[in-house]
Design a protein around this ligand. Structure first.
Ligand SMILES: *[C@@H]1O[C@H](CO)[C@@H](O)[C@H](O)[C@H]1NC(C)=O
Ligand SMILES: *[C@@H]1O[C@H](CO)[C@@H](O)[C@H](O)[C@H]1NC(C)=O
Length: 571
């Protein structure tokens, strides 16, 4: 993923923030969710006959039955084979081979065909071709924008929308200076009997190879799909996907149409223990994104005769003001974190009672406490707080060129991850207000998010093409057969019914940001889980490593999920 971004515990996060939404907008939303919750709760209460029965509480986080695909002798044999030591040895070697190809994507990559650093992707494609021969004989393969790999396993029933599995071929570069800090070299794919070490082992060659393994095995076992299966592998996810996913997604949308796919599963959140319960947390939402560049222009001059405030001083004042006005935690009704809290309250013995009391209840009385709930939940830690809070962080600053000259141009880049339910435009409005305050004090003109040129005494605010609304939230209803219920049921079949499947949120973005029109059923989920290796330690840094147990589980999951989707009566 392009950032460590998701769900529950994860290190990182910075300041805290304040809210700009009008009280009325919030009240309106609170009312809507109260009504909705009341309706669904009442329906279930009456079904289970009474308000006192604890079973009613589960209504807020219903779990589906484990879902097993149909079997035949060769598929059963395949299922057994995946856990055999022969297969484990073979897939370790195939993973190692994939890691040994250093498919790094750098921030400053030039165009394909000009920047030779892309050429390593040819090696990766050739490696897949050699390593998964049945897949290459059976599926069609299109190369999109040279290195995007688009595999299609045509189903027999063209009326069924395809399933789309995604992963990216590229990895985060290993900085030369950090190579020595790795326990095993980052591009060796060394296997120590428990872990396969190397860059990309978790992010996310494990998913890519896991998907290929599952397809290869299914072909070998004689499986033929009714529902078309598409594999879409970008090659620059770590630098935002502008060459890969930006071309692959439109190719698929033009082929299958808007909402033309049944489901997308891409890399993302995994399985975590919290409150004494193990949660699988497919990411159903992604926060939005906006970088704002602020430029303060002030007269230069000799620094021996300085004014009381120069450009650097004014910029400092503005940054101080930004930090003093953080966004506050806010749980919009569509924020899946509310669903996760409800799952915790329904299924976890150690769920904090303080939080439980603040959860919206069936009679609607406690709905006014939703902001209190957000504030209380934020105390669980910064990494939790930012699942329902817009983040703001000044990350890059520059100003001044000489020790004896006053700075004429000072700039700062402020990064934001926009809360689910909020919009980048609200971030722009808030920053404009703060800039106006400072500008007024220092008699400067504000040019906010327009094409005005920079003027000599001014504060100018710009945002760029990376600005992104929060992703549409994927539906998580399990009423009947839904894409989410198939995903949940597959997970509970593989890991058992102690696993609670709950909605997760991504604080970063994956390649799926280009795929919103292909389906609303987008899940960012790493299905392979080893309880002994929880979390994403090592991702994007030294000593990235993959538990072989988790990898085997991943292969099992993909092989089951493909079949379960094939049998699902969705359309
Ligand atoms: C798998 O590899 C291990 C370690 O190299 C070896 O001991 C074992 O015999 C292998 N198993 C098979 C079935 O090849
Ligand atoms: C503010 O700046 C304008 C020019 O940008 C100037 O005409 C005006 O006199 C200034 N006002 C004060 C109070 O300095």
């Amino acid at each position: 993923m392009d950032e460590k971004g998701s769900l529950l515990p994860q290190p990182q996060a910075t300041a805290s923030r304040s809210r700009t939404r009008s009280l009325w907008a919030q009240l309106a939303q609170v009312t809507v969710i109260c009504v909705l919750l009341k309706i669904s709760f009442d329906a279930v209460s009456s079904r289970f006959g009474g308000h006192d029965q604890p079973v009613a509480a589960f209504a807020t986080c219903p779990q589906v039955e484990p879902l097993y695909p149909s079997q035949n002798p060769s598929l059963s044999k395949m299922d057994d084979y995946i856990t055999s030591s022969k297969f484990i040895n073979e897939t370790v070697a195939r993973m190692a081979g994939a890691i040994q190809i250093p498919s790094q994507s750098y921030d400053d990559m030039g165009p394909i065909g000009e920047d030779s650093r892309w050429d390593v992707m040819f090696d990766f494609a050739a490696y897949l071709q050699k390593t998964f021969p049945l897949t290459h004989r059976t599926l069609s393969l299109e190369k999109v924008n040279t290195h995007g790999l688009l595999y299609t396993w045509e189903g027999s029933d063209a009326s069924l929308k395809p399933s789309v599995l995604m992963a990216h071929q590229d990895v985060v570069p290993v900085a030369e200076a950090t190579v020595g800090q790795w326990t095993y070299p980052p591009f060796d794919g060394y296997f120590d009997g428990q872990f396969i070490w190397g860059r990309g082992s978790m992010d996310c060659k494990n998913n890519l190879i896991g998907i290929m393994e599952a397809v290869e095995l299914l072909i070998e076992a004689g499986f033929t799909p009714k529902r078309t299966l598409v594999l879409s592998f970008g090659f620059d996810e770590e630098i935002s996907g502008g060459f890969g996913a930006a071309y692959l997604a439109p190719a698929l949308i033009s082929r299958y149409g808007k909402d033309g796919a049944a489901i997308i599963v891409d890399e993302g959140a995994g399985t975590y223990s919290k409150w004494g319960t193990t949660f699988a947390l497919p990411g159903v939402a992604e926060k939005g994104y906006i970088d704002v560049e602020i430029i303060v222009r002030m007269p230069g001059g000799h620094s021996s005769v300085p004014p009381a405030h120069n450009g650097i001083g004014v910029m400092s004042e503005l940054i101080t003001l930004i930090e003093a006005n953080p966004y506050e935690p806010h749980l919009h009704s569509e924020n899946p974190f509310l669903g996760l809290l409800q799952c915790g309250a329904s299924h976890s013995s150690e769920f904090p009672s303080k939080l439980k009391k603040l959860l919206p209840s069936h009679n609607g009385e406690t709905c006014s406490k939703k902001d209190k709930l957000a504030l209380e939940a934020a105390k669980l830690g910064d990494e939790i707080k930012y699942l329902f809070t817009t983040s703001v962080a000044p990350d890059i600053i520059s100003g001044g060129v000489k020790s004896n000259a006053l700075p004429e141009r000072t700039s700062v880049l402020v990064n934001h991850r926009v809360n689910v339910g909020d919009h980048p435009a609200e971030v722009q409005a808030k920053l404009t207000k703060l800039a106006e305050k400072v500008a007024e004090k220092h008699n400067l003109t504000v040019h906010a998010f327009n094409d005005d040129p920079e003027t000599p005494r001014s504060i100018k605010l710009n945002s760029d093409g990376r600005t992104l609304e929060p992703a549409p939230v994927a539906p998580t209803s399990v009423d009947g057969v839904t894409p989410y219920s198939v995903l949940s049921g597959t997970t509970r079949a593989l890991y058992g019914e102690d696993i609670v499947v709950a909605p997760g949120i991504m604080t970063g973005n994956t390649d799926t940001k280009f795929y919103w029109d292909l389906t609303t059923h987008i899940f960012r989920y790493g299905p392979g889980w080893d309880p002994e290796q929880e979390g994403l330690e090592g991702i994007h840094t030294v000593n990235e490593k993959l538990s072989i147990k988790a990898h085997i589980k991943g292969v099992q999951w993909y092989s089951m999920f493909i079949r379960n989707m094939d049998e699902a009566d969705l359309d």
